[in-house]
Design a protein around this ligand. Structure first.
Ligand SMILES: Cc1ncc(COP(=O)(O)O)c(C=O)c1O
Length: 388
């Protein structure tokens, strides 16, 4: 018989063990019998049917995240934003109303405005500091409330236990974007949040080289709804990305504690700087949100913001071009420190924002904190030397 290039001989693996999880790739999932094939949908929630809903590598990641969140179930999806949108598409229908914290990740608000609205789903943004006052935003049609604490860029801390009490009484479900703290800093499921999202592109994977999102819940029916939507919308994740996220999670605890400690050192140094009006980092004692952070969080985050004293385009440009260690870029949570700028027009667009100034956001990586502080000081000096 001539050699057959498409047949791979089975390599024995019974004496092979590795510290790494295997990378299982598949579009096709094989079945032993035609009866197994025709009833394959029965395996959608607890097995494997088609590559779109994952392979054993995906399940390894989902189970590790579920355990960290203190949740029974997890679904991995292609990005943090995909996770937020998939939840909305799974649970909302025409005539429903959804509430989104005004400080939440911008593209979620854009999705509600430009897409959900087209499908007859209304939304409002609410004051992230509302706490139990959220009750006044609820309507009989409200089905979901999207929370994020602290908020993207402006770092408002939400009173999650108070909000959960209000929404539970009203029979409304909560979704928490927990990406800033990660489950190491805050766990939403044990305090009654229904659904917790991590943008695993950030801290969990930790190296700024992949996009991934996770959705965790204790509810079997919510899990089934998310898995079904993932399948129908074709929201597949690559096994390689799941592998990289698992590898990133092996070092999550050390990266997290180092990056949080450095972020606190940077925040404290900036607080006393003449060119800085206010530092926004809830773990720093004295921060406007510190008390709320200390009440329920067990860890910090590696992202902080500050309001510079100078706002002219020239001074902002000078500040960013003078940075040598920080690089300019969005996303965050990786090992390299990043800086980004959100002009005052962004804050003014929001309905419930305490800031009407431009804001610099920093993601603190693994570089020595002294080096990061020195870099910021010299760039602030360069910018401050210009008239504002
Ligand atoms: C708080 C927060 N949530 C969600 C996302 C979206 O995550 P992804 O980039 O994986 O879509 C981001 C991205 O920057 C974010 O900052």
């Amino acid at each position: 018989m001539p050699p057959q290039a498409h047949v791979s001989p089975e390599a024995p693996n019974d004496q092979f063990r590795s510290l790494s999880p295997a990378v299982w790739r598949a579009s096709t999932v094989l079945f032993d019998t035609v009866a197994d094939f025709t009833s394959r949908k029965d395996r959608l929630f607890d097995g494997y049917t088609y590559g779109v809903t994952g392979t054993p590598t995906t399940r390894a990641l989902e189970e590790r995240v579920a355990a960290l969140e203190g949740a029974h179930h997890c679904v991995a999806v292609p990005s943090g934003q995909a996770a937020l949108c998939l939840i909305a598409l799974s649970l909302l229908e025409a005539g429903d109303h959804v509430l989104i914290a005004d400080s939440a990740y911008g593209p979620l608000r854009t999705f509600a405005r430009d897409y959900l609205q087209r499908f007859g789903i209304e939304h409002d943004t609410f004051d992230p500091l509302a706490g139990a006052g959220l009750a006044s935003w609820l309507r009989p049609q409200t089905k979901l409330v999207f929370l994020e604490s602290p908020g993207s860029i402006t770092m408002e801390m939400q009173d999650i236990p108070a909000i959960v009490e209000v929404t539970r009484t009203a029979g409304v479900r909560t979704v928490l974007d927990n990406s800033w703290a990660s489950p190491l800093g805050f766990r939403g499921i044990p305090v009654g949040v229904d659904i917790v999202v991590e943008a695993a592109s950030k801290l969990l994977s930790g190296h700024s080289d992949l996009l991934l999102g996770t959705i965790a819940t204790d509810s079997r029916s919510l899990y089934e709804a998310f898995r079904t939507t993932q399948s129908v919308l074709g929201q597949a994740v690559s096994a390689e990305d799941c592998f990289l996220a698992l590898r990133g999670m092996d070092t999550l605890e050390v990266r997290y504690s180092h990056q949080c400690a450095s972020a606190l050192a940077v925040a404290s140094a900036l607080t006393s700087h003449d060119a800085v009006t206010e530092v926004l980092f809830p773990p720093r004692p004295g921060d406007r949100s510190h008390t709320r952070w200390a009440a329920s969080f067990t860890g910090g985050g590696c992202v902080l913001s500050f309001v510079p004293h100078f706002h002219s385009d020239a001074a902002i440009h000078q500040f960013f071009s003078a940075l040598r260690v920080f690089q300019i870029g969005a996303s965050w949570g990786g090992v390299h420190s990043l800086a980004a700028y959100y002009p005052e027009t962004e804050q003014r667009k929001r309905k419930h924002c305490a800031f009407s100034a431009g804001i610099v956001r920093l993601s603190i990586g693994l570089e020595p904190s002294g080096k990061l502080i020195a870099d910021l000081e010299q760039a602030l000096h360069a910018a401050g030397a210009l008239p504002s």
